[in-house]
Ligand binder design. Structure first.
Ligand code: GTP
Ligand code: MG
Length: 252
């Protein structure tokens, strides 16, 4: 080993923020990210929100060079939006070493960005997962009915996909560039929410190192949830397809 090979590359971090009708939340979400992590960059991925979130995103980007916007023609689901952002980062932005997934509705605390990044950089994880269901994690502001649905869905996923991950549906994550390259090298089936489960299961089967970091998920106080029955049913079916089809492979 030469001395040079021990020098670690300084992290360059991109946060992907998908938005659909988040006009009331977006500005606060972006500034809170920069309060916590001034050196990060943000890519807002807007699906032509009817409430004008896209125009707001352009205004934010015009005032801050750390912010970029990807406008998409219409609402095609969370998976397509994230995949577009990830492909943009991989194809056109070679300097980014880590890419985050994060909600734009203030449910994910930017104060945890550092802990997630550290799990990748200092603890050698390929993917860090902001988890509600490990010690120290939880949810805040959810009515019991919402908690039951989340916990029930989580247990369902665990029974079918196993206990390698506690919070299969988590949407606050940090990916190393290498892990994203490996994941996007294969087809991704999910359209909606199931995307979160699919990315984790494929990563696990690829032999990537996943690490859960506790977070407290805070219920949105403004705007509306995009969770639909169709997306929920898609996720319920998807886990079976993943289990039956995605085989274990050795990391390259
Ligand atoms: N671009 C894009 N963003 C989306 C789409 N669906 C959801 N989002 C965004 O993805 C993030 C998560 O969606 P939410 O509706 O908050 O889903 P959730 O957090 O599971 O549900 P709540 O707890 O009710 O907020 C938010 O920032 C949404 O605006 C979509 O089809 N396209
Ligand atoms: Mg939300």
């Amino acid at each position: 080993l030469t001395a040079a090979s021990n020098v670690t590359q300084a992290p360059h971090v991109l946060v992907l923020l998908p938005t659909y009708n988040e006009r009331e939340n977006l500005e606060r979400a972006v500034s809170a990210i920069f309060v916590a992590q001034p050196s990060f960059s943000v890519l807002i991925i807007d699906d032509a929100s009817p409430d004008g979130t896209g125009e707001l995103a352009d205004r934010i980007a015009a005032e801050d060079s750390r912010v970029r916007v990807l406008h998409r023609a219409g609402k095609e689901g969370l998976a397509k939006a994230y995949l577009a952002g990830m492909r943009w980062a991989l194809a056109a932005q070679p300097h980014f070493t880590h890419v985050f997934e994060m909600d734009a509705d203030l449910s994910h605390d930017p104060g945890r960005l550092g802990a997630l990044l550290s799990a990748c950089i200092d603890d050698g994880a390929d993917i860090a997962i902001g988890s509600r269901y490990v010690r120290g994690g939880g949810t805040e502001g959810w009515p019991w009915r919402r908690r039951m649905i989340s916990r029930g869905g989580g247990l369902y996923a665990q029974l079918i996909l196993g206990f390698a991950v506690r919070d299969w549906t988590a949407g606050f994550m940090c990916f190393s560039r290498r892990s994203l390259e490996m994941l996007l090298d294969q087809p991704i089936w999910a359209v909606g929410y199931g995307f979160q489960i699919e990315m984790k299961y494929r990563a696990y089967r690829l032999g990537l190192k996943l690490r859960e970091v506790p977070i407290t998920f805070i219920d949105r106080t403004a705007g509306e949830s995009k969770m639909s029955k169709r997306i929920f049913v898609e996720a319920l079916r998807l886990v079976w397809r993943l289990r039956a089809t995605v085989r274990k492979s050795l990391p390259s």
